[in-house]
Design a protein around this ligand. Structure first.
Ligand code: COI
Length: 408
């Protein structure tokens, strides 16, 4: 076992007790924006009776145990953005090509070593995923549909010729990593713990071929809103020349290269004052695809439309959840091709994603023509769906969908 590693399953474990001070409403579902008493306050973590024991054969054990604290991490919980913040532990599990993942373990968070000829570094043989953990008011920790992320990673791994952890291994690894980093989970209503699983070809290659070894890694970081606008509407610009994905390509899986591919257009858009880029299909340059890091929905009357999953669109778990929530609330939802012209006729537009949750779109600019939505605020439908989804994710409403996994 590598230095600093501890056995998975023997992780620090705390529960939270609420204290009396108030929290801000910055990340509160709008429905609660005026009801701060429903929002939990600052909290302290309390050691549980089953305190962890650590592997005795690793040199990191002593310092690990002494580093464990009952307090929340000492950071500015009121001003979380979507930036990386190192935490205490990460999870690592390896596997040879043709083999199965096994012997996953927690390690102190830190740099990893990769051979310069690793498949991921040379040929982009890598995937990532993203999910979130929320701290509930009673101190319990909630995950949202982690099996869906596991299944998506497995689907992506198949496309990228990589072995992948089983759904059970994935979910267990997520749980272990979140619990080990519990002091980094924001207090209720202040944000969430973003969980970033990676799967990469870590073995050496020189020719274009699947790597001989694979690494599955999970790290976490406390986060607030993805866009600096928070819940205020974002301004998108449509990109007509650069494309995010092509038919038959990898746009439908979370391979790392998809995200490098958007940086050029995104950087140019931001330099012009836009929040992000909305991509069109690469064949007709006419149909909406997605934004750099999230899916898109249009609202017209009682109908929600979103681009169908046809291989170039990332199958977002928030997208899928919003479709189900909207249908359960009586909206009609259509997954289909959406022309760029339809943007000019929509009542509302919003984006969905794990990182962004729901982000209202205030305007879209296409070939110099700008269409605006609403009165500078979140639209009625987006707000309703945002409230329903986030209340579910934060454990503020009954989970009739059976989507929430409680950790404690
Ligand atoms: C997520 O929503 O988890 C994503 O994958 C977006 C990421 C590019 C920040």
């Amino acid at each position: 076992m590598e230095s600093g590693a501890i056995f998975a399953g023997l992780q620090p474990n705390f529960s939270a007790v609420l204290c009396s001070s108030r929290c801000t409403s910055a990340l509160l579902p709008p429905i609660f924006a005026d009801k701060r008493q429903l929002c939990a306050p600052s909290l302290k973590l309390r050691k549980r009776s089953h305190f962890p024991t650590y592997s005795s054969n690793n040199v990191g054990a002593a310092s690990l145990a002494s580093n464990v604290t009952c307090e929340l991490a000492d950071i500015d919980w009121d001003n979380l953005g979507f930036g990386f913040m190192p935490t205490d532990y990460m999870y690592i599990m390896k596997c040879l090509q043709g083999g199965d993942f096994s012997k996953g373990e927690l390690q102190r968070f830190g740099n990893i070593e990769l051979i310069p000829s690793a498949g991921v570094l040379n040929y982009g043989q890598g995937l990532f995923d993203g999910l979130k953990a929320y701290r509930k008011q009673d101190g319990n920790i909630l995950l949202f549909r982690p099996e869906e992320n596991a299944l998506r990673l497995r689907m992506g791994a198949e496309r990228m010729c990589m072995p992948s952890p089983t759904v059970e291994q994935f979910v267990e690894a997520v749980k272990v990593t979140v619990q080990a980093n519990e002091r980094w989970i924001p207090p209720p209503c202040k944000g969430s713990l973003y969980i970033r699983p990676l799967l990469m070809g870590s073995g050496a290659v020189l020719s274009v071929t699947p790597a001989p070894e694979y690494t599955f890694l999970i790290y976490v970081s406390p986060v607030g809103n993805y866009f600096k606008e928070g819940l205020a509407p974002i301004n998108l610009v449509i990109e007509t020349e650069l494309h995010r994905a092509t038919p038959g390509g990898t746009g439908g899986v979370k391979t790392i290269g998809n995200y490098a591919a958007v940086l050029k257009a995104q950087t140019a858009a931001k330099a012009k004052g836009y929040s992000d880029v909305l991509y069109l299909d690469s064949v007709h340059k006419r149909y909406l695809e997605e934004v750099s890091s999230c899916n898109i929905f249009l609202v017209k009357d009682n109908v929600l439309s979103t681009p169908a999953i046809t291989g170039t669109i990332l199958p977002g778990i928030t997208r899928k959840s919003i479709i189900d929530v909207a249908r359960s609330q009586g909206f009609q939802v259509e997954e289909r091709q959406i022309t760029v012209d339809e943007l000019f006729d929509a009542d509302e537009v919003f984006c969905t994603g794990t990182a962004v949750v729901i982000s209202p779109v205030g305007s879209v600019t296409y070939l110099g023509k700008r269409v605006s939505y609403g009165n500078e605020g979140i639209g009625v439908v987006a707000q309703q769906l945002y409230s329903s989804l986030t209340r579910l994710q934060m454990g503020l409403t009954k989970d009739t969908m059976d989507w929430v996994v409680e950790l404690n």
